[in-house]
Design a protein around this ligand. Structure first.
Ligand code: FMN
Length: 175
């Protein structure tokens, strides 16, 4: 798929088929995602894949205030952990303008969703989450941060991609 097709095709999917996702596919998506650029090439992330039965147990970690209930039927997730060195954490705390971790995680996310789309898996970025519950689920230390999770799987039914065009509110000006 060329890049334009890929951009037009990607959209948030909240209805997935039961069809399982191969562990190798999830791993490949993560490996491609990790090619994303990051400030000072620091790659301040760690990715976790959660697949099959474990995904059902994980889903409540990304359901808060009644949101994201649809994730109960999602067969796989990729969870992004913010993983900075102590030095990077100190610098970010002292000089907030030099904290690029949000940019880095955003770029990683974009790479992941597009790689997944190209491999026939659809996604929905999840910002709503219970970080404490996620850390506990993963067996990671309390206080670690999980900026985003990405459920992924085959879509439940075909989506009319042709109707999707550029967002009309996109801010753009040509000087
Ligand atoms: C940082 C971020 C957090 C998001 N969190 C959620 C979420 O918790 N639940 C959800 O259903 N969608 C979530 N979304 C998906 C957005 O609602 C969606 O990307 C947006 O409406 C545009 O639609 P599209 O992805 O189909 O182009 C999130 C998107 C981003 C970028």
């Amino acid at each position: 798929m060329n890049i334009e097709e890929l951009y037009l095709k990607r959209q948030s999917t909240r209805k997935y088929s039961e069809k399982p996702v191969a562990d190798e596919t999830l791993e490949k998506v993560c490996r491609l995602g990790a090619l994303a650029p990051s400030a000072k090439n620091s790659q301040p992330w760690k990715m976790f894949t959660i697949n099959g039965e474990k995904a059902k147990k994980f889903a409540p970690c990304v359901q808060m205030f009644g949101a994201n209930k649809w994730t109960n039927s999602c067969p796989a997730f990729i969870v992004l952990q913010l993983n900075r060195s102590k030095m990077e954490e100190k610098i970010a705390e002292k000089f907030t303008f030099a904290d690029f971790s949000g940019n880095d995680i955003g770029l990683l996310t974009a790479y992941i969703v597009l790689a997944a789309e190209d491999m026939g898996l659809q996604t929905c970025i999840l910002g709503i989450r219970d970080e404490k519950a996620i850390a506990e689920f993963l067996g990671e230390p309390e206080g670690t941060h999980y900026p985003l999770s990405l459920p992924r799987a085959m879509p439940k039914r075909a989506i009319p991609y042709a109707k999707r065009t550029e967002n009309p509110s996109t801010r753009y000006s040509s000087l």
